[in-house]
Design a protein around this ligand. Structure first.
Ligand code: NAG
Length: 121
């Protein structure tokens, strides 16, 4: 079973709703962002570099479901918005950011709860 790292930031999301995986860094120009789902084998969730979203390597399950707050990226906000949350989205995510001043990695542990008024567990 997956054991969350104590340093992970915990986020709870509800099935079929949208949620935000927070990630912040120092900000700057020439920003590189990689969001990876570590659980399930380093799946590519969303990338951003050369001032563009880069989705060529995105795994199918996340297609049309991810976005970043583009106007906030230069200010150091690399948070990922995920829509239509699925049970398979549960797990550990890595937010990798890189600017000229250096790289940063942070980890989010996403917990998916069943639909409201429904006990799935
Ligand atoms: C990033 O921006 C989004 C959208 O404005 C906001 O909801 C979120 O709180 C921001 N996160 C950080 C870490 O600043």
């Amino acid at each position: 079973m997956f054991v969350p790292d104590v340093a992970d930031f915990e986020v709870s999301c509800v099935v079929m709703e949208s949620c935000i995986l927070p990630c912040s860094f120092q900000g700057g120009t020439d920003v590189v962002i990689h969001w990876i789902q570590v659980t399930a084998g380093d799946l590519h969730v969303h990338s951003f570099y050369h001032n563009k979203h880069q989705l060529a390597h995105q795994v199918q399950r996340f297609r049309d479901r991810t976005s970043l707050f583009k106007d906030q990226i230069s200010r150091g906000n690399a948070s990922l918005q995920l829509t239509g949350v699925k049970v398979q989205d549960q797990g550990r995510y890595k937010c990798h950011t890189s600017v000229i001043r250096g790289n940063k990695e942070s980890f989010i542990n996403l917990k998916v709860d069943g639909m409201r008024n429904t006990q799935i567990h």
